[in-house]
Design a protein around this ligand. Structure first.
Ligand code: ZN
Length: 157
């Protein structure tokens, strides 16, 4: 019972780097924008996406525009698929899963939660801790604490 709390309360938007390079995908509702589905096909990682049970999401224009505006702020070079990942995270109120530095950087600009699966990327510059607001236990990702039911928040350390 405790384990399921973490699963249902956490949504993740995966980009292609997450599907390609992740050794382990996060537990939760895995989503990806339909724009990424096209990219997956070409990179031969579609099977992995299907096996993960991730669900394709149609991202609305207004959220794409929001993500694009943030990208202009940061000056990051992002592909249309990258933009759609960020837009999808805004739309679905989900955590961004990406190993791409530009995606992570723009996600921070948008105030989105970020999960880095590999050792590369922004995690080299900042360390994050996932700590329960209630009991202070430390976890590997955001969600709901299976121990006390409070939110697990990301904190820069
Ligand atoms: Zn707790």
């Amino acid at each position: 019972m405790a384990g399921t709390a973490l699963t249902i309360s956490t949504k993740f938007v995966l980009d292609t780097t997450a599907f390609c390079e992740a050794s382990a995908l996060p537990k939760g509702r895995l989503l990806y924008p339909t724009q990424v589905a096209d990219e997956l096909k070409s990179r031969g990682t579609r099977l992995r996406a299907e096996l993960s049970g991730a669900k394709p999401i149609f991202v609305k224009k207004e959220f794409l525009a929001k993500a694009e505006a943030a990208r202009k702020q940061t000056g990051d070079r992002l592909s249309p698929a990258d933009i759609s990942v960020l837009a999808c995270a805004i739309q679905e109120k989900a955590t961004v899963v990406s190993d791409d530095y530009g995606v992570q950087n723009t996600a921070r600009e948008l105030g989105l939660e970020i999960l880095v699966l590999s050792k590369r990327g922004i995690s080299e510059q900042w360390s994050y801790e996932y700590k329960c607001k209630g009991c202070g236990r430390v976890y590997l990702q955001v969600g709901i604490c299976p121990d006390c039911g409070n939110r697990i928040k990301r904190k820069r350390v």
